[in-house]
Design a protein around this ligand. Structure first.
Ligand SMILES: *Cc1c(COP(=O)(O)O)cnc(C)c1O
Length: 453
């Protein structure tokens, strides 16, 4: 969540028009003022500050199913779902039971527990490319560790990533949108020395000729190619047919490892993740979000002989005080077991399809240039006629229309991600009448958006 893309839009706040008839946010406003004194920007992750849409972020007091309620008592239909983890919805009774049971047995031991073994077994059964997994506490950590492993295992230094893909905030991966073919990395944040990212090569997503050129230049030095198999941090952008297969072939030919960052897509777009959908087997995979069921858990994994490079078996060091935390394991295990039940992904996919197709129809009725994508429980849209294949395309979408659309939806009680560069998430607890209400609101919000030139 919250890739670097928000930086660009936070800088130009022109067309924002927080509506006069929005929800009463008196208590949120007071809290936000106080929070801004005590916490940078008042938030603990940048996109939460509403920088690219303007206005005050509602401070959330509680959630139940598909809804959240803020500290002023306003209720919203939620399509953020904590940025992806809550595929069952908020405060799911089964997840709560599992977490309470785990908590009453002790919250952390820093020693092995049975739940870790169970969830590891479940993941390895569900994902054909996994024989072993290591649990960590965040997606950032999972991806950072997978790259360390790829470098350790290959003895190579360079990595290839795609512009607009977000892999957490570790130094080597905070590389801004580079231009042209496979340029050397330029740091995307002060505090990241140039020297730290000069081993990070970038290419545009879905651009096979740029990837081929990068391999031609750097192929024998590349430890790995790191990719979100379905990009979800530049808005949602699906891979073009053959893109992932071609990455697999190039990696094989040049002895580089292929890493799928499935922190967002894992158990969100399909059982086992995007690799099961597209039938491409990466060497290493990172997971997060859904596998923690709303608590801090993430993982990286792959073939046994590769994972054998990790300490204590091998020399590549990685550790964590709260890794495999019992509460997080309990929440993740319950979430995954429920998602393993027959028909869940069909039901989730159907809800998301109804939403996405309904949005497209209403945007067309309002005569707007608009494009939308939906896979499993993940969707995205751009105020742009499409196709949107990469970050450059995504940045051409109409920001002012997004802002007006977002604010009008919020005023009607529909909570979308407060940035045009974020994906949306549907949960199993979104009901038909919730989707209907969303589409009614969208009809009004599209009319508002169409007024922004
Ligand atoms: C969210 C996300 C991350 C980072 O995970 P955190 O738990 O926020 O550190 C990494 N990669 C992808 C694809 C993500 O969507």
């Amino acid at each position: 969540m919250g890739g670097l893309a928000w930086l660009g839009s936070a800088a130009k706040k022109s067309a924002m028009a927080p509506p006069s008839s929005g929800p009463d946010l008196t208590r949120s406003k007071a809290l936000f003022r106080k929070a801004k004194r005590l916490i940078p920007g008042g938030v603990n992750s940048p996109v939460r500050a509403f920088g690219s849409v303007g206005g005050t972020p509602p401070f959330i007091a509680s959630g139940k199913g598909a809804h959240i309620t803020d500290v002023d008592g306003n209720r919203y239909l939620d399509y953020v779902g904590s940025w992806g983890p809550l595929v069952l919805g908020h405060a799911d009774p089964g997840v709560l039971r599992a977490v309470k049971k785990a908590a009453s047995a002790g919250t952390s031991f820093g020693a092995p527990t049975e739940a870790e073994v169970e969830i590891a077994e479940l993941l390895c059964k569900a994902v054909p490319s996994l024989q072993q997994v290591r649990f960590v506490s965040s997606g950032t950590e999972a991806t950072m560790s997978a790259i360390r492993l790829a470098r350790g295992a290959t003895g190579r230094k360079k990595i290839l990533k795609f512009a607009g893909c977000y892999h957490g905030h570790s130094d080597a991966l905070l590389v801004g949108a580079g231009s042209g073919v496979a340029t050397l990395g330029i740091p995307g944040s002060p505090g990241v020395p140039e020297e730290f990212v000069k081993l990070t090569i970038q290419a545009p997503f879905n651009d096979l000729s740029a990837v081929a050129a990068a391999f031609k230049h750097h192929g024998e030095e590349l430890a790995c190619v790191l990719v979100e198999p379905i990009a979800g941090n530049m808005g949602m952008v699906a891979p073009t047919p053959g893109f992932l297969q071609c990455l697999r072939e190039l990696c094989d030919r040049h002895g580089a490892l292929l890493i799928f960052d499935e922190v967002m897509t894992g158990f969100r777009v399909a059982w086992g993740g995007a690799q099961c959908l597209y039938k491409v087997k990466p060497d290493l995979t990172t997971f997060g979000k859904v596998i923690g069921g709303g608590l801090p858990a993430a993982a990286y994994g792959g073939r046994r002989e590769l994972m054998a490079e990790i300490a204590p078996v091998g020399p590549v060091y990685q550790a964590g005080t709260l890794s495999g935390n019992p509460l997080a394991m309990a929440a993740g295990l319950e979430t995954l077991r429920r998602m393993a039940e027959p028909g869940t992904y069909e039901a989730l996919g159907e809800k998301t399809r109804v939403l996405s197709e309904g949005l497209a129809a209403r945007a067309e009725a309002a005569d707007l240039e608009f494009t939308t994508t939906a896979i499993g429980g993940m969707f995205g849209f751009f105020f742009h006629p499409g196709p949107v294949r990469n970050f450059e395309d995504a940045k051409k979408a109409h920001e002012g229309r997004f802002q007006r659309f977002f604010q009008t939806m919020l005023a009607q009680g529909v909570y979308l991600a407060p940035s045009p560069y974020e994906a949306g998430f549907v949960s199993l607890s979104h009901r038909a009448r919730d989707l209907k209400k969303t589409l009614q609101s969208a009809g009004i919000a599209f009319e508002q958006a169409a007024r922004v030139r």
